[in-house]
Design a protein around this ligand. Structure first.
Ligand SMILES: [Zn+2]
Length: 97
């Protein structure tokens, strides 16, 4: 019986992260690692809501997009550059009242 080398036997890290998709930085909460990518103004074509200040990021404004390293890109959030930089002290604003 020939030995078969499993080609898909790895745990789920199908895509490279790091330099390819962005850098990694600590997230707003302790122990979290985020993938962070800078979005240049020319690539910002939609309006996003920044979770740091709860204000909108207008199209054409350079900002950062970040998501949990173990979460995946589906959970990415768009932040103002300054809000991302200050995330450790400001935290995430969630006051919807
Ligand atoms: Zn903001």
């Amino acid at each position: 019986m020939p030995r078969r080398i499993p080609r898909s036997g790895r745990p789920s890290t199908p895509r490279p992260i790091g330099d390819v998709f962005g850098r990694t930085e600590p997230g707003p909460r302790d122990g979290e690692t985020y993938i962070v990518r800078t979005v240049p103004g020319a690539r910002a074509v939609k309006t996003y809501r920044c979770p740091g200040c709860d204000h909108e990021i207008a199209p054409g404004v350079a900002h950062v997009v970040a998501w949990l390293a173990e979460g995946g890109e589906d959970d990415r959030r768009h932040w103002h550059q300054g809000c991302w930089n200050g995330r450790g002290t400001r935290g995430i604003t969630r006051r919807w009242s």
